[in-house]
Structures are given as C-alpha cells and as structure tokens.
Design a protein around this ligand. Sequence first.
Ligand SMILES: Cc1ncc(COP(=O)(O)O)c(C=O)c1O
Length: 292
Amino acid sequence: MPNLAFVNGTWSSLEDAKISIEDRGFQFGDGVYEVIRTYGRAIFGLSEHLARLKISADEIEISLPYSPSELESFIRQGCLDSQHKDTSIYIQLTRGVAPRSHAFPKGVQSTLVMTFRETTRIPTALREKGVSVISVPDMRWGRCHVKSLNLLPNVLAREEALRSGAYEAILVRDGIVTEGAGSNLFAVSGKKIMTTPIGASILSGITRKIVFQMGLEEGLDMRECPLVLEDLYRADELFITGTTVEVLPVVELDGKKIASGRPGKMTSLLQEAFQKYVQGKRTCKDSRVVKD
Ligand SMILES: Cc1ncc(COP(=O)(O)O)c(C=O)c1O
C-alpha cells in the first residue's frame, strides 16, 4: 500500500515528493500544520481540522491556496488512493519559496504539502494501563493556539520525557499547567473534570473539544479552569487527549502515582464514549466523523 504525497497539486509517492530548500517552512519554520487521522473510511473531525488550519493560517497571514471544499476533496482522494486501512494525514502550509530574508516575501505562492501514511492505534496495553508523564517548563511562544511549525520546545520537552522513561511532557508556564507537548490534559477531582481554558496558552485540540462535549452529554461536570501542578498531584485521575493518543490515562506524574496509580472511572467512561464515537456508534453535538 503506497504512502502518498501531495505538493501544490502534484501527487507522488512519499519518497519522490520534493520541495525547494528555499521553502520558508524549512528555513524559518514559517508555516502551520494539521494532523488528521482516519478510522477506516471515516475521517476524524475533518471540518474542525480544516477550520483550525484556516485560523492558524490567518493568524500568521498565510493564504490557503485551496478552498476548504477543494482541500476536502484532495484529502478524500489521498485517503482512497493510498488504500490504507487507517491513514494519518499530515498537512503543512508554508509562506512559500523565496531567497532567505526574515520579512514576508512579496508575491510568493504559499506551499501546501500533504502526506498520507498508514497509521495504527496506540497499543491497547497503554490505553488500558495508562502512562507516566513528567512536568517541564513551557518554553513555547505566546501564541500556542496557532498550530505553528515551530515545535522546538515541544520536541525538546518530549525528548526529555522519553529519556526519563515517561510517555509525555506536561508543560507548565508561570505555575499554570498548559497542556502536553502534543496533547491536551484533563484532571479529575471528585466529580469535576477540568481542563485548561481555551486561549493563547494552549492548542484548542479537536479531541479535547469532542471529549469535553461528550462529557457534557453524559451529564458529567466538565469545567474549563486554570490548573496548577499541585492540582495534578492531588487529582483522582488524569488523562491526555489528542488525535494520536485519543483518550489516554495518566497514572504517574513526576514519579508520583496519581491516586491508586490505575486509570480511573471517569477516564474509562470517556474512553468508552470516544471509542463509540470513532466507531460511528454514537454522535456528539457540533462534531461529526465525516464518512465518504
Ligand atoms: C500542543 C498540542 N496540544 C494538543 C494537541 C491535541 O490536538 P488534537 O486533539 O487536535 O490532535 C496537539 C496535537 O498535535 C498538540 O500538538
């Protein structure tokens, strides 16, 4: 089964795809991206991902070379042609190719690259047993709602986590927990299920939004409120959300067990609701798994 690439309208195998070394994405990280996945033929949160791509692009003044419906049909074509059971779709939009100079180049066409690779779900053992995380200082810029290509702080934080035997790094800025290096975080205390409010300090995760909405629909006490590290150490349950991790229990933070050190009831309930949603067995207001 081929892994496919799309570069400004041209399809090829992933290996044959080329972009210029003068692309500003390569030289400055001057661009934005999205990662979308499919479950079989269902594309998870497609309209939400395309809307977020547009928001990110607008924020840094890059124009999208295609309308959302054109992009959607390219994405569908890529998924069909790559013939994977489950596909990870990467979309990268940059300010285009120009001689290296910091200021925006004039009259340059943006670059839109997409790749379609086979993906698999996160191992069942991790989903059932949970993972450990560490906290690290959030060294990112002040506009984390933009899904920017500049991921160096996230890369270093994740590497630090892996080197210490943890799965994810939880970022803390000025004492406030923001999110994971590549995920959003929820903490459960009693009946309250809390997550950092949307704003410039976090990426507004599509999975976060769907999980939050499903929680409300289940009658759970879902709240957006600032959290400090102490809240996490004292929490009854923690979990992270994201396109790749789905709903993943966190059972240890900085070497300390969270409650009993086992995934909790609320996490399991939301994990189950999420599974039903991606299998098309339940709906969620305002969000849909888009099928062909
Ligand atoms: C920093 C950050 N936060 C949160 C998320 C989760 O977002 P989503 O659920 O849209 O995948 C990601 C995903 O890449 C991320 O990089």
